[in-house]
Write a protein of this length. Structure first.
Length: 280
C-alpha cells in the first residue's frame, strides 16, 4: 500500500508536461536527411503530424559551396524563401521543432518559417542534429524568432548517430519522451491544409538534398565530428511480490481506492492530492 502512495506522490509532483498529440505538430528542416530521420523517429513514437520545411531553391550538395551559402545567409541575416510555407498553427498547442546546426545556429530558412507563424502561447520542444556542438545556440535562436512561445530545453543527437544507429536513437527518444511528457494522448490526428504534411515514410518532396543515403551529416559544413554519443539503453521491468495467503478484504479495498485515485490523475491532479491526503 505504501508503495502505491509513494508512486502517486511522484506522479503528482513530476515536472512532466501533458500533451495531446492531436494538438501537436512536428516542424523540421533537413538538408542531408538526418534531421528528417530524427523527426520520423519521433513521429513513430508519438504519432504526431509532420511538416517539412522545403526551400524554394535547393541548397548545394557540395559542402564547400554549402558552407559559403550558409556564411552569406548568416552575415546578411537573409530569409531564404520556402516552398509552400506553413502559415497557420492555431489548432496546435505544442510544436516539436527539428533543425540541424549550421555554424552554431539554426539555419536561416528555419528563421523564415518561425517568423511566418503566430507562436504566442505555444510550447516548443527543439530537437536537433549536430556534428559535435550539441544544442549550440538552438534554444536561444528559437526564443528570438518564436515570439511569445514557451521554448523548452533542446534535445540534440549526432547526425551520424541518428543515421547509423536507429535502435540507439529510438532508445534516446523514448527516454526523452518519458522525461518530458506526462501523458501521450493518441486521439484523432489533427491535420492542416498544407501539401507539405509528410507521412512516416522518408521520401524527398522537392528537396533534392534530403536523401538519407547521404554520407555527410546535416552539420558537416560547420562542426567537428565528435567520436560517439553512446546511447544508454535503459530497460525497466515490473516485479510483483506474491502473497501465498492473499491480501485480506481491507487491504484489497485500500488498494482499489488507491488505484482509482491514480486513474483520476488523468483528469485532475488536484483531485489526486485530496485523495492521497484522505488515504493517509
Amino acid at each position: 500500500m505504501k508503495y502505491i502512495i509513494i508512486l502517486l506522490f511522484l506522479f503528482v509532483f513530476s515536472s512532466q508536461d501533458q500533451i495531446d498529440t492531436s494538438k501537436a505538430l512536428i516542424i523540421y528542416f533537413t538538408r542531408t536527411g538526418n534531421t528528417e530521420l530524427f523527426a520520423n523517429y519521433i513521429k513513430e513514437k508519438m504519432n504526431i503530424e509532420l511538416f517539412k520545411i522545403v526551400p524554394a531553391y535547393p541548397y548545394p550538395e557540395d559542402n564547400d559551396e554549402m558552407s559559403k551559402v550558409c556564411q552569406e545567409e548568416q552575415s546578411s541575416n537573409a530569409r531564404p524563401e520556402i516552398k509552400d510555407p506553413l502559415t497557420d498553427v492555431s489548432e496546435y498547442d505544442t510544436i516539436l521543432l527539428g533543425t540541424p546546426i549550421w555554424y552554431d545556429h539554426i539555419p536561416n530558412i528555419v528563421m523564415t518559417q518561425l517568423e511566418k507563424l503566430n507562436l504566442n502561447g505555444k510550447t516548443i520542444y527543439p530537437f536537433n542534429t549536430h556534428g559535435g556542438s550539441g544544442v549550440g545556440s538552438t534554444v536561444t535562436d528559437i526564443k528570438q524568432y518564436a515570439i511569445g512561445a514557451n521554448v523548452k530545453d533542446g534535445f540534440p543527437l549526432l547526425g551520424t548517430y541518428v543515421k547509423d544507429n536507429k535502435e540507439g536513437a529510438m532508445n534516446d527518444i523514448t527516454n526523452w519522451i518519458e522525461k518530458n511528457f506526462e501523458i501521450i494522448i493518441n486521439t484523432n490526428s489533427a491535420s492542416i491544409d498544407n501539401t507539405n504534411i509528410e507521412n512516416s515514410s522518408i521520401e524527398s518532396t522537392g528537396d533534392s538534398n534530403s536523401s538519407t543515403e547521404s554520407t555527410s551529416s546535416d552539420n558537416s559544413i560547420t562542426d567537428n565530428l565528435s567520436t560517439d554519443n553512446s546511447s544508454t539503453n535503459n530497460t525497466s521491468s515490473d516485479t510483483t511480490n506474491s502473497n501465498k495467503d492473499g491480501p485480506n478484504d481491507d487491504e484489497e479495498e485500500e488498494e482499489e481506492i488507491a488505484l482509482f485515485a491514480f486513474s483520476e490523475i488523468l483528469k485532475c491532479k488536484y483531485f489526486l492530492v485530496l485523495a492521497l491526503l484522505s488515504l493517509m
